[in-house]
Design a protein around this ligand. Sequence first.
Ligand code: DI6
Ligand code: FE
Length: 397
Amino acid sequence: MLLTHATLATMNQGYGLIPDAAVALEGDRIAWAGPMADLPAAYRTLPEFNVEGRLVTPGLIDCHGHPVYGGHRAVEFELRLKGASYEEVARAGGGILSTVTATRAASEDQLVQSALTRVDQLIASGATTIEVKSGYGLTVADEVKLLRAARRIAGARSVTVKTTHLAAHAIPPDYKGRNADYIADVAIPSLRAAHAEGLVDAVDAFCEGIAFSVDELRPLYAEAQALGLPVKLHAEQLSDLGGAAFAAGLGALSADHLEYLSADGIAAMAKAGTVAVILPGAFYTLRETQMPPITALRAAGVPMAVATDVNPGSSPLASLTLAMNMACTLFRMTPEEALLGTTSHAARALGLSDRGRIAPGLRADLCLWQADHPAELAYRIGSTPLHTRIFGGHLDA
Ligand code: DI6
Ligand code: FE
């Protein structure tokens, strides 16, 4: 296929804009991209798809999400609006643990079906690659069930799914006050079991006062490294426990949330090349006031990604373009940073070097937008100007 008359945002060095451009696709790869005038003769005979000036970007990538779970938390939303904090709800046995109860009660088929409604919304906002975390099972069997459901999403939709083991997400009631035992009895054995089934692409944890400390996580992260799995961490979302520096010290792909990130944490991330994943949906939902240190991250040259964190509690958000809008309006990221954050930097946060930009040899995952400037993607609120999606070189209905 040959896309012609495109306004191309290649995302090679910023937007990497090329007006009146062509993109040649061969198989599932991009063969060539550049100005129409420079199109090599060899590609002129490919079947033409004239996109009539529309914006073409890499397919968007949601590099942090929890779309597989049972039930919902609308009642908790009401409680928090009446004044209860997220941590108070969690400590009273609500929060993540109420989703754990509903997730354990759901079959694998039910989990796949309910996740697909959210995945379809992500796809409608331009996602061609998504991350899916476990973390609502908290037993060996339920964590494995959740990761099997995550893998099945890739069979049901044309979207790439990267799975992340997140058994260290909360402490179930039977392990209350026994965090180290939970890591030894459940988190590590569920990682081994899921990895043995090929269900794990990376390992994550929630490093927080209501979850796990750095010291409690060390044995789990040692196991991840022994299995050769990349790591990442929910760090500094509600307080500063030094999680980002710990993750960066292990060469983590990303540290995520980061509202309470310190200067030391920023320096460690810059040194390690760890991506800062910015999650404005959680900040917005929890009515946080502490902003992630965007200016300092930018000054330190830490690559920033933007993701939905889609989950039933702190971020019931299933639109990547709305996440980009929030990153700009709430955190003053630029629209260019927001788009880098859902393309090339998001690919890096998932350890994927074959996508996130438009360049020869990369995967032909593209979005065509009813837009003529890339800032339009972050600018609109709650409307998604997606026109057509191309997934692995194929037009997607
Ligand atoms: N941080 C989050 O924002 C999600 N998980 C986490 O560790 C929230 C998960 C939830 O509230 O269900
Ligand atoms: Fe999260």
